[in-house]
Write a protein that binds this ligand. Sequence first.
Ligand code: G6Q
Length: 548
Amino acid sequence: MKSISPITTNAWKELRIHFNKMKNIHLVDLFKYNHNRFKNFSYVFKSNMLIDFSKNRITDETIQILLRLSEEMQLSQSIQDMFNGKHINVTENRPVLHTALRNFSHEPILVNNIDIMPKIRAVLNKMKHFSKSIISGVWRGYSGKKITHVVNIGIGGSDLGPRMVTEALKPYKNHLKISYVSNIDSTDVYSILKNCDFSSTIFLVSSKNFTTEETITNATTIKNYFLKKYCNLKDMKHHFFAVTANVQEALKFGIEQNNIFELWDWVGGRYSLWSAMGLSIMLSIGFNNFCNFLHGAYDMDIHFKHASFEKNIPVLLSLIGIWYNNFFNTQTEAILPYDQYLYRFPSYIQQCNMESNGKNIDRNGDKVCWQTGSITWGEVGTNGQHSFYQLIHQGTKLIPCDFIASTISHNPIENHHKILLSNFFAQTHALAFGKYFNNNGENTSCDHDVNHFSEKFKYFEGNRPSNSILFKIIDPYSLGSLIALYEHKIFVQGVILNIFSFDQWGVELGKVISNNIFQGLHGGKNYKNDVSTQGLIHFYNTFKNSMN
Ligand code: G6Q
């Protein structure tokens, strides 16, 4: 991956000029003068997913210039480099191969000249047998009881993805109860200690490096409680499992070799749900559904790898994102699923995007002078409509939105789903075209007289962009393709914005400082702090002592 400053490209300069032309053009006019807009700016993926990006402030010319930008930034080469296992995670000197975890082709994928596919298949096979034995009740707890409860202990990439998918695919779920413990706040682990029948529960200690403070502290608390209240060390093997790239640490923790599911350093934490890190998902929906999930992602990989860029969905969505972020200065983007099961999807994508592209140093080691990752946030519809949509419609900020829904509800009751989708469609319409349109459906918002005092407050100017993603149904396959679509969108943005998307050094500093402060709170040598932090610690001690 070369280091090229995007702002020095010809396309970037063209985009600046083009933006001056586009900034005052209204979506009403873009639709008025091009009746083929929907046809031209939408794609259907595998007869299952429609992506409509016509309600964006773009023209054919915008797309053409953005595509030239991708060429000048040598995107094709970077895509090949990622799939072929080049060390594109330069600051950690690793390949980035989450795509290998869902590779259903028979082609080898080489890391240091060794094909990694046999190892991947072996772990998948181990997960298959293990999940079957738990689901079928063959595997028993120390007292002979069947397992009915699975607790995943992990944080960040070892929690958000599996938790989101388990929620999203609840309609495909079996009888097992699946819980997640992530926070170091003891309230999180307390709920497990309080409500759990340990004799029928298994614990998956999910940590790629197996040294993460939150995960190891939570796992140790559970282990100690378990040993104290229920059984002895040798019985742990019936209940404790590890998902990790650090087998030695897992063994030291007391987990049996056979109970360890391996992953590798070329799987990034936030991209790891396709690996053994997805064990809680497989336990929840079974092996076959998990394979369909991988297949959905694989088909998106094939599309991303081979479709020409003008028809390449992740590439197009990515370029449009750059257009807003860097030329309209949008700062944020909203993910708005109109599907209750997808309620954790925004926070999952939030991590994926903000941890990957929240960088200010380019691939050359220089400070960037353009915008990189957008702030990603969102909430399920229609709840968000009664909360923050006001600002999206009438605030001073432009917020590009992704609306996501499925045509069929898993729980059809009377008219609920039609009302839900009417809201989805209405929102994208209102955002784009504003409030005023006549009986023929023609929008008159641009020339509406808003000078009357009371009208001014009710005026919706529109021209607010959105993408619509509509599925037939949210099933394992379609969810797999949706996640892969966003992963690739984020990757493309990192390539074009000339940053390294696969490290996360920003997460490290807080960990180091908190460790020093912890020693201080524990009566150890006081760490030198600024006056504010010193003040906080002083009041912490004062409040604490006053409670004793
Ligand atoms: C993700 C990040 C981060 C990581 C957690 C947990 O890409 O690296 O969110 O997943 O810090 O790390 P472990 O799995 O190593 O405990």
